[in-house]
Design a protein around this ligand. Sequence first.
Ligand code: PLP
Length: 384
Amino acid sequence: MNYRGFATRAIHVGQEPDPTTGAVIPPLYLSSTYAQEAPGKHRGFEYSRTNNPTRQAWERNIAALEEGTDAIAFASGMAAIDALVRLLRPGDHILASADLYGGTVRLFERVWSTFQISVTYVDTRQPEAVDAAFQPQTRMLYIETPTNPLLQLADIATMAELAHRHGAWLVVDNTFATPYAQQPLTLGADFVVHSTTKYLAGHSDVVGGAVVIRDPDLGARLRFLQNAAGAVPSPFECWLCLRSVKTLALRMQQHERNALAIAELCAAHPAVRAVHYPGLPTHPQHGLARRQMRNFTGMLSLELGTAERAHRFLRHLRLFTLAESLGGVESLASHPATMTHASLDPEWRRRVGITDGLVRLSCGIEDTEDLLTDVASALEALER
Ligand SMILES: *Cc1c(COP(=O)(O)O)cnc(C)c1O
């Protein structure tokens, strides 16, 4: 059956009751190998690096959520991104969003640059600037929307059109938005990449990644790389993802409710210089956010002016835990300049606008009132 509704797909695709026992929850297949009836005659499974039933169920599920033809699961978000770069050849060029996940910049600059893959960075809010930045060797336009930590947006349909006009693929890192909020493949992207560590797994207990595609040939090339290079997730992690994704729609609704309430509180507070949240009508790209996204997620960032004020605010939070990562049911706070983006040089951070006074909040799914009380009292500490 072809389910239309997102939550129905999340709960059912890849997860039909087990045909041998009737188990409603797909079994966790820990087997590394599979009995063959005759040499080469098997039921689609021969060795678990190549294929595993639990992993296959998760891959089918995430493919359905992103409206792709196939998905390939990896051991981490970085392994998924690394596999994508392996589709390129020495001499090829990647054009990427300026405000990119720090680990992705590190992978591009410190790993792939030594294999003659060059990368330049451009403000993907500006289609004209993107258009002008393509080079004859550009094979990939690699974007994040919304970006981390400044929550800037790129128009996915326009980016796809530009990439294709220049003979390049469009890759969208959809970690921040999730397929519940936006489905880049339906807007023309060639690849969606995820750190499933974040919202998809959603409980801060899994590290994982995935690539979703709509062209079966590209899917086959990535599947080859998954097996050949071997950065596969364990069956247990895939099982946890399957379990978690069933509540993705509900979780995203509460993440958004909490983030919007906190964004509104902060926007009206004299201690806050600026609030970055696409769900606020004052966000410079709110119109695009409404067109492209159906949920504004639980991520927001605050400009508090100085490192000292940012640290004071973070010290006074009680419910928000000071930690890297995001997208879990519990609320987390971080200081990008010294945590998630510390590996970037200060000049780079300054150029993209990651100041020392910036604080990033990943709003969990706790009761809204409790989170509001926590943020309000930490802001009060800045007034004293
Ligand atoms: C966390 C993250 C990654 C890297 O994923 P890992 O699972 O930590 O390897 C990539 N992109 C974005 C946007 C992320 O937030």
